[in-house]
Write a protein that binds this ligand. Structure first.
Ligand SMILES: [Fe+2]
Ligand SMILES: [Fe+2]
Length: 285
């Protein structure tokens, strides 16, 4: 264990998808180990605002702090949700709900984790994707999408995640990346970070996707150097529903998804376990 920082543990989870009753039951069992623990939630809590409110509210009542970054499912304007807001207005509404619950969002000052392994700035990000993770053989978004329609692997975002008032999801992504880089640039130059985003900031985790064309909806090449540029201790993400740890240029990437019941039932490990981010377990030396 790292001797730096105070007490408490920094945990992470994502892709709760509590529209599934079995997943809701997993969230009901999620608890901190101690009074000072924080929980990072890297998106895909649910498709309706009411379900998002339920899950984040419950977790916020248990953890000292809950930090949320939106997933694509929260941003869907789903026919089942009485809240019919689209795009930026929907995102702003979710941020409001989080503020009522005391949950930290990408629109809030980045809190500094002073517990075990700290101090570290914890930055929840909302960056979206821009179709730059193209499948091999494609050089443009249009070619990539045509390929995806051919194989039948098309993300439901194409029908449910509206970019309003932006002209496109990639335009919204570019705006978010620029805004976010400005805020991260303003952090103290000696403060390491934990970055929390629904998508990996580097493309490497998508290389194991069963359907490589799905990578188009999994991030942006604009953030490919962020793990170095922002002194990242750990990059926390989800969305792929492939929970694992990878190392890229010496930086730890953690995919922390719960996933759908049909996915987690097949795994050997118990579902819905929180991933420890800090203090990082030291490798034996
Ligand atoms: Fe998901
Ligand atoms: Fe997702």
């Amino acid at each position: 264990m790292s001797g730096k920082g105070g007490s408490g543990k920094l945990w992470a989870i994502s892709d709760l998808h509590i529209g599934y009753q079995e997943n809701r039951a997993l969230v009901e069992r999620m608890r901190p180990e101690g009074d000072d623990d924080w929980l990072l939630v890297a998106g895909d809590v649910a498709e309706t605002v009411e379900d998002v409110r339920w899950a984040l509210g419950l977790l916020a009542s248990r953890f000292r702090r809950v930090v949320w970054a939106p997933g694509n499912h929260e941003l869907w304007t789903h026919p089942k949700d009485p809240v019919t807001l689209r795009g930026a207005e929907r995102y702003a509404h979710l941020v409001e709900v989080c503020r009522e619950l005391g949950v930290t969002t990408p629109e809030d000052p980045y809190p500094v984790w002073e517990g075990g392994g700290g101090p570290v700035a914890v930055a929840p990000l909302f960056l979206l994707y821009d179709y730059s993770f193209l499948p091999s053989g494609s050089t443009t978004k249009e070619e990539g999408l045509a390929h995806a329609h051919g194989t039948g692997v098309v993300c439901a975002d194409e029908y449910l995640l509206h970019p309003d008032p932006h002209p496109s999801r990639e335009a919204w992504c570019r705006e978010r990346v620029a805004l976010t880089a400005e805020r991260l640039d303003a952090l103290p130059a000696d403060l390491p970070t934990v970055l929390v985003n629904h998508y990996p900031l580097d493309r490497h985790p998508t290389e194991v996707l069963w359907h490589p064309e799905f990578a188009m909806w999994c991030g942006t090449a604009l953030t490919a150097d962020w793990h170095r540029r922002y002194r990242v201790r750990t990059m926390v993400y989800g969305h792929l529903h492939i929970p694992r740890t990878t190392w890229h240029e010496g930086v730890r990437f953690e995919e922390v998804s719960v996933g759908y019941p049909r996915e987690w039932r097949k795994r050997d490990t118990p579902p819905g376990r929180l991933r420890l981010i800090l203090p990082a377990e030291e490798k034996a030396s």
